[in-house]
Write a protein that binds this ligand. Structure first.
Ligand code: AMP
Length: 281
């Protein structure tokens, strides 16, 4: 397994792989790898000749008051996990390699970045779209793997890839959960014991939404109210949003007449957790 820090060397390595007729599967991450990341890596391993995993904590997607500095960076453990899954290349550029002085170009997917998480994280999806566009240009994979856990990120990237004609397939993998239903996230490590116990309310609220829809409820407001009151019964939980939206354009859906996305963000102290589920009437 190669560990590459320079953009130039990464481009050369990917170019050599392509020239030899092999396919490249790419998994972009911010590291602190858990089973959610590993499910993407394993799928990429199954479907491609060469697997590239990027580990880059992207400063452009963190707000000034967010956790960029304290975001976990257990690099040696991440390398060991990648080695175990037979990853071919870890691409881990420094922030100055990706954003050298004089850097000026950003990618913004109109509208999609303003809903849901975009409300309390202005500029976040511009940072995400920019770094993913850069990484796709550097690696030029045949397929890139993303998690349904970050449904808004998926919507933004699918739109960007279609609009800017990136020649690759985007593969979306299901959310991997802890035994009690909490979606795996590198940020779960911030939770204290009490918060961790109460955080199970997110997946419970999503389950409640699914069961209301399967027993005939179609009014989004009714479902959102029931979910909110379940979450609020946890003392430490502060709701950022609970929303039912169209999964591609992310616009709110009033009545669930076809497949919709139910998404939520909840704070426990300083930790903000997100989760989502598809609702099928
Ligand atoms: P991150 O390191 O948080 O930027 O995540 C890197 C990739 O892993 C993204 O495509 C995420 O959606 C995906 N991911 C994160 N958590 C999970 C999870 N619990 N299940 C599946 N995919 C995940």
């Amino acid at each position: 397994m190669k560990i590459i820090r320079s953009i130039n060397l990464m481009q050369k390595a990917a170019c050599a792989v392509r020239k030899s007729g092999k396919t490249i599967g790419f998994v972009p991450t911010m590291g602190a790898l858990h089973e959610g990341h590993m499910s993407l890596i394993r799928r990429a391993r199954k479907e491609n000749d060469c697997v590239v995993v990027s580990i880059f904590v992207n400063p452009a997607q963190f707000g000034p008051k967010e956790d960029f500095k304290k975001y976990p960076r257990p690099f040696a453990a991440d390398v060991a996990k990648c080695r175990q899954e037979k990853v071919d290349i870890i691409f881990c550029p420094g922030a100055h390699e990706m954003y050298p002085s004089g850097y000026k170009t950003y990618v913004e997917v109109a509208d999609l970045g303003n809903y849901l998480c975009g409300v309390s994280r202005p500029g976040h999806f511009k940072g995400v779209a920019t770094v993913v566009a850069k990484l796709l240009n550097i690696v030029r994979p045949d397929a890139a793997y993303f998690g349904q856990k970050d449904a808004q990120q998926v919507a933004v990237i699918q739109r960007m890839v279609a609009d800017l004609n990136f020649p690759l397939r985007i593969k979306v993998m299901p959310t991997v959960r802890e035994h009690d239903g909490l979606a795996m996230s590198s940020r779960n490590a911030y939770l204290n014991r009490e918060e961790r116990q109460q955080a199970v309310a997110l997946s419970r609220a999503l389950r409640l939404a699914r069961s209301m829809v399967s027993s005939g409820t179609r009014d989004s407001r009714t479902i959102i109210a029931a979910m909110s009151s379940l979450i609020k019964s946890q003392k430490k939980a502060q709701i950022d949003y609970v929303a039912i939206v169209d999964a591609s354009c992310l616009e709110p859906v009033k009545r669930i007449a076809r497949k919709a996305l139910v998404a939520l963000a909840v704070r426990f102290g300083k930790t903000r957790l997100i989760d989502n589920s598809i609702l099928k009437p």
